[in-house]
Write a protein that binds this ligand. Structure first.
Ligand SMILES: [Zn+2]
Length: 293
């Protein structure tokens, strides 16, 4: 009797575990093979999946060459229907990395990406020309697709610092770290894509800070996941511009120093201690983000 009960219990436990195991296999998605990263895509998007996953692979290889660490990630390239089913962020098009391993990116151009293109007559002629060059899609429309595709690499940055055991000290540093990594990779390996990476943040920063409720780094720390998305986007754009300045001043070396420093210093630093750590052990340009924000 005892024995029967034990087998029954094992059987029940196996059945309970089953739906989970099935969910992990994503029956309505196709698995992309031939890459070192696990990846799944909505049917019909094989070419786009290859481009996105190929670029993620190149980024991981490049950053591994700098810091000697490889994170484990699975990339999902989804259409709107599968996005609703699998992704965590409700808005289709926002790349995100919700847990320790899965990275979600959109397969198709969408209203969210198009919404960031302002009426061109509201921009300076110089900026309007830059936007037209950087964000023209293959079908002749304007969309921020090229920028958001690069943001997927920012999300990979989170996989690096989380899995690499870094202590980020501040939320703004966590975001800046990803933007420095992204800028370093694009500048070193895909310089033709620098206009797509730089133009949108430059445009937002040139628009000034009027109308945003929070504009200080202390405000960013306090309201990180509560501020309105436009305000959060403004901070990100400032941190993208900073990422560019930091790379231009020191090249890939700065990212390596930042990685080593944040890996080594596990104790929480005061603002003063953090500023001098950045200035002395990383670079003046990184310290300036905090001291001259
Ligand atoms: Zn981020």
């Amino acid at each position: 009797m005892m024995r029967t009960n034990r087998w029954l219990l094992i059987l029940v436990l196996c059945l309970l575990a089953l739906p989970d195991a099935r969910a992990q296999s994503y029956p309505d998605l196709q698995e992309l093979t031939g890459y070192s990263i696990k990846a799944y895509y909505s049917p019909g998007n094989a070419e786009r999946a290859k481009i996105i996953v190929g670029r993620c692979e190149k980024t991981i290889d490049y950053v591994k060459g700098l810091v000697g660490f490889t994170p484990k990630v699975s990339v999902f390239i989804l259409n709107p229907e599968h996005w609703k089913k699998y992704a965590s962020f409700p808005v289709y098009g926002m790349p995100h990395y919700p847990d320790k391993e899965r990275l979600f990116v959109a397969a198709e151009d969408n209203a969210f990406w198009k919404s960031f293109i302002p009426p061109l007559d509201q921009l300076s002629p110089d900026m309007a020309a830059k936007v037209k060059t950087a964000y023209r899609t293959p079908d002749g429309n304007l969309s921020m697709m090229a920028f958001f595709d690069l943001l997927a690499l920012h999300e990979l940055g989170h996989a690096f610092h989380q899995q690499g055991g870094l202590t980020m000290q501040r939320l703004w540093m966590q975001e800046l770290f990803c933007n420095i990594m992204l800028h370093t990779y694009i500048a070193e390996k895909e310089p033709a894509n620098l206009p797509a990476l730089e133009t949108f943040p430059e445009m937002v920063v040139a628009g000034g800070s009027v109308g945003y409720e929070f504009t200080t780094l202390a405000g960013f720390e306090k309201k990180y996941d509560q501020m309105d998305p436009k305000n959060y986007g403004w901070f990100q754009c400032r941190l993208h511009v900073a990422g560019k300045q930091i790379y231009n001043a020191g090249g890939p070396t700065t990212f390596i120093k930042l990685w080593k420093g944040l890996k080594q210093h596990k104790e929480k630093m005061t603002d003063e201690a953090f500023a001098s750590f950045l200035e002395e052990q990383v670079s003046k340009e990184v310290a300036k983000v905090q001291t001259a924000w």
